[in-house]
Design a protein around this ligand. Structure first.
Ligand code: IDC
Length: 529
């Protein structure tokens, strides 16, 4: 009986929160036409309604069986977590709290893009669980094998939700239906949403009114002493690079920051790999050039001769005393394992060619995305490729991506690689990624995860829009403070705002200031910060 009472109390607490939703305004203090004396939640709903805490819809109903939308769900969770509204350009009633939840990293931008249409769509169960776990139990985890065995339709889940759903099952926050199915892509009702949220709140020690952000887990080992000297300069000055703690260092163990441009896809913009083009960045202070060799979209898989184009570009950058990133640019093929055999052969061949060069950095998977997880897909891939490279080139710095287009540093932090001289990439676009991703980077650094921004743009994540110079400046200030290296997307003249060069510019004699776009002017002026 006592247990039953507690359950009532919990569910009613959640109903109370739900009732605070603007869409639920009305019916103040009244009883609801769809909440009857026989219903298990009747007493509590009536009591709370009498106390003015619970509101239903203006037609006098509460609609416990209605589907809950993304906006409603995020609002309930955010209020329950004690968050307040942020400034939002979105006029939707939930815009302010959605922005706060986004900034807190409860969900990613692409999961609920900020339009009234998407805000008002039913939220999926997998996303609801992720948001709930991020809000109340961010450190929870579970054993992959044990928990997945409980979920009959685990293969229906998108990879980015694996960890949250596994943690939710392990901690008793989520469970399956009568058939043992989780139904990750189905919607959930307002009553079910209550149950999910209240269970998570119950498991966490978070009080309803707490507004504190979850504390990052403490690193068990003290990070090595941060190097004290900060230098820029090229390969001749810095020599062989290494990673000390989270810091990229030169051969004298002094901190180094690399800055420069990424090429666009070399299958399309080979003309920007010329010596004059790359030199135009070096002359303005760049000490890094990234060579982006797409695997798909007429890239290396269909056109292996691109390996030659890549090598020539790497040689050119090295001859200009710049560090060069060899980027295996997976993108539409979101799982790096799709072409793991080709990747192994490719990296074996470039490692053979560059094993004695101090200037080469290997980036083994640009942006894993889609149905992939860090521990299940990307980490095992990375272990194989790292071992291939290390068998030939024992100590070069290797950059490793993560799911969600190389943003999932929080997943990496739970299960990092054990190899040396590894850095994890984080990619951002100023029009899409803001404070929340910077916080994620800070959390990663605090957990001894080295971060390298091998790709970023002044535009939004499509490569267009903006340019967002104010936000880009915030990013560069943040990167400078943390001595994080970067490469900007991209050195080309494609008609998109992230391109550094104006369309059709004659670059045979180098790139002049007036051939730079707004993005190019901004980025080129910050190589030597
Ligand atoms: C974009 C290019 C665009 C091209 C598209 C698909 O800017 O011209 O049509 O790729 O090939 C990334 C990727 C990078 C994207 C870029 C912008 O690594 O390849 O380039 N972006 O969308 N991740 C986030 C953004």
């Amino acid at each position: 009986m006592k247990k039953l009472k507690n359950t009532f109390a919990l569910i009613c607490a959640a109903l109370m929160i739900l009732a605070l939703l603007p869409s639920c305004a009305g019916a103040d203090g009244a009883s609801f036409s769809d909440v009857n004396s026989g219903d298990w939640f009747f007493e509590n709903v009536t009591q709370m309604s009498a106390d003015g805490l619970l509101k239903g819809y203006s037609d006098g109903t509460f609609k416990p069986d209605s589907t809950i939308t993304s906006a409603e769900f995020v609002t309930v969770v955010s209020r329950a977590a004690g968050l307040s509204e942020s400034a939002s350009q979105n006029s939707h009633w939930a815009g302010g709290l959605m922005q706060t939840a986004l900034d807190r990293g409860f969900y990613d931008w692409d999961e609920i893009p900020p339009t009234a249409e998407t805000y008002d769509l039913p939220i999926t169960r997998q996303l609801a669980v992720k948001i709930t776990m991020n809000a109340f139990l961010p450190q929870a985890s579970g054993d992959y094998t044990t928990e997945t065995a409980k979920i009959k339709d685990f293969d229906q889940l998108d990879g980015r939700y694996y960890n949250a759903v596994i943690a939710a099952y392990a901690s008793g926050v989520a469970g399956g239906d009568d058939n043992g199915r989780f139904n990750p892509k189905s919607s959930l009702t307002r009553a079910e949403a209550c149950a999910l949220i209240t269970r998570a709140m119950q498991k966490s020690d978070k009080a309803l009114s707490s507004s504190e952000a979850p504390a990052p887990p403490q690193s068990t080992t003290a990070p090595p002493q941060a190097p004290s000297v900060y230098t820029k300069g090229g390969v001749s000055e810095n020599g062989h690079l290494k990673v000390v703690g989270t810091q990229l260092c030169n051969e004298r163990d002094e901190a180094v920051v690399l800055r420069g441009m990424s090429s666009h896809g070399i299958q399309w913009f080979g003309n920007f790999l010329s010596e004059t083009a790359i030199k135009s960045t070096a002359e303005r202070g760049a000490n890094l050039f990234r060579v982006a060799m797409y695997t798909s979209e007429n890239g290396y898989i269909q056109n292996p001769s691109l390996a030659q184009t890549l090598s020539e570009a790497v040689d050119t950058a090295l001859s200009l005393d710049m560090y060069a990133i060899i980027d295996w640019h997976i993108l539409s093929d979101g799982n790096p394992n799709t072409y793991i055999n080709e990747a192994k052969a490719f990296f074996a061949s470039v490692a053979e060619r560059y094993k004695d060069s101090a200037g080469v950095i290997y980036e083994i998977c640009n942006e894993p995305n889609g149905n992939v997880s860090w521990s299940g897909d990307v980490k095992p891939y990375a272990e194989e490729i790292i071992s291939t490279i290390r068998g030939i080139d024992g100590d070069a710095v290797i950059l490793v991506g993560s799911p969600t287009w190389s943003q999932d540093l929080h997943e990496v932090a739970k299960d990092p690689l054990s190899a040396e001289n590894i850095m994890y990439t984080c990619h951002f676009y100023a029009g899409t990624h803001t404070d929340w991703l910077r916080s994620r980077i800070s959390d990663a650094l605090a957990q001894n995860i080295p971060v390298f921004i091998s790709e970023w743009g002044t535009s939004d994540a499509s490569g267009g829009g903006g340019v967002y110079i104010d936000e880009a400046q915030k990013w560069l200030d943040f990167l400078n403070e943390n001595r994080i290296s970067w490469a900007n997307w991209s050195l080309c003249d494609k008609g998109e705002s992230s391109a550094a060069v104006v369309g059709g510019a004659d670059i045979s004699d180098g790139i002049s200031d007036d051939e730079l776009t707004a993005s190019g002017k901004f980025v080129f002026s910050h190589f030597a910060d």
